[in-house]
Design a protein. Structure first.
Length: 370
């Protein structure tokens, strides 16, 4: 949904005829495997603007130019302006990202500028007023994607003198480079359970082999990037997965790694879906095993196999929102109990099938010996 340096596609527009398309939604392509319980497509709505995120109450908030808007209701395709940031604080290309803090009290916005003038602006949601522009905090840093580590810290990927991840400490208004050498261009980032996950968004020099690589970095402890002043190279992180262009990253409640993007340029031809990668496979990689392979992925392609997808987890609804072409597709995530029932029903069905096959074989043998 944003305008990052390496061609993050967005195709914006209002949704037409969604009400009549429920049957088509039910038939949307979903390739699954045994590793991740299947998500269920439950609806869709319009997602307009330059960048978006999800508020703690489950509604989507977007920015178009310098104006922020919010869904009129959960799942609605209508939006209303809730405020704005100062004119000139966002590039004419539109914001690179919008990221809501865990409590919803702050919204960080990438200005999508390049070079020394690039900045992230932070606005308090309590100050938003549709009739006036809100004051903002501005921190100079390259920006393309972002992830919060609590309320006081924000990690931002971007391209400065090279592709980097920067740590912004909100109280001190400081920006510290913490990860460098992220291929030819950085991708998405996410924070979960004491680690930051960062991806390579583009790498032409490797013939596409590294585009989409996702590595994990400790936040705390010796060398942890949440407090240290020294930066580390991307290659020092633990390689946990490789999917698409790692354009947007996140996690569902069960720990599955959500990946959006698409590698249209560097040779891997890995595009046309959003991925949910089995959390157990991620943990195995963190423990020293190999990276999570394709067999650990649930692939979602609600808009077809040629689309570019962004992905977010809606914790209020326990849903994954997959966005392409101005449409957000809602996928319900099975709860652990429901996933267990799915697995049990599959086991029972398999046993019944095996029992039926054995009975048929026994009957055939008795006929043969008659």
């Amino acid at each position: 949904m944003n305008n990052s340096l390496f061609g993050r596609a967005r195709a914006l527009g209002l949704v037409v005829g969604l009400g009549a398309g429920s049957a088509a939604l039910a038939l949307a392509a979903t390739a699954a495997n045994a590793s991740v319980p299947p998500y269920t497509l439950v609806g869709s709505f319009a997602v307009t603007g330059d960048a978006f995120d999800i508020l703690p109450d489950g509604r989507v908030v977007t920015i178009s130019g310098h104006v922020l808007s919010m869904q009129s209701a959960i799942g609605a395709s209508s939006y209303a302006a809730i405020g704005s940031v100062p004119t000139g604080s966002i590039s004419g290309f539109g914001a690179s990202f919008l990221s809501v803090s865990p409590s919803g009290t702050s919204i960080a916005i990438g200005d999508n500028n390049f070079g020394p003038g690039a900045s992230v602006v932070i606005v308090a949601t309590a100050s938003l007023n549709p009739g006036a522009s809100s004051s903002v905090l501005s921190i100079a840093t390259p920006n393309s994607e972002a992830a919060w580590n609590g309320e006081g810290q924000l990690f931002v990927s971007g391209f400065g003198s090279g592709p980097v991840v920067t740590r912004i400490d909100i109280g001190a208004l400081t920006a510290t480079t913490v990860i460098t050498a992220i291929g030819d261009g950085s991708g998405g980032i996410a924070v979960r359970a004491g680690r930051l996950y960062a991806g390579i968004g583009f790498d032409a020099t490797s013939g596409g082999a590294l585009t989409g690589d996702i590595r994990a970095f400790d936040l705390a402890g010796p060398g942890g990037i949440a407090t240290g002043a020294a930066s580390v190279g991307f290659g020092t992180g633990v390689l946990v997965a490789d999917a698409l262009s790692a354009g947007s990253l996140g996690f569902d409640a069960a720990g599955s790694l959500l990946v959006g993007g698409g590698d249209f340029f560097s040779g891997s031809n890995d595009f046309g879906y959003a991925a949910a990668i089995d959390g157990d496979a991620i943990l195995a990689a963190l423990a020293g095993g190999s990276l999570a392979g394709d067999s650990a992925e649930l692939r979602l392609s609600p808009a077809g196999a040629s689309a570019f997808y962004s992905v977010r987890f809606n914790s209020a609804l326990n849903e994954v929102l997959v966005v392409s072409g101005g449409v957000g597709y809602r996928y319900a995530v099975p709860t652990p109990a429901a996933a267990g029932l799915l697995a049990l029903s599959g086991l029972v069905a398999a046993r019944r099938q095996r029992a039926g096959t054995a009975a048929a074989r026994a009957s055939a043998r008795s006929v043969a010996h008659a």
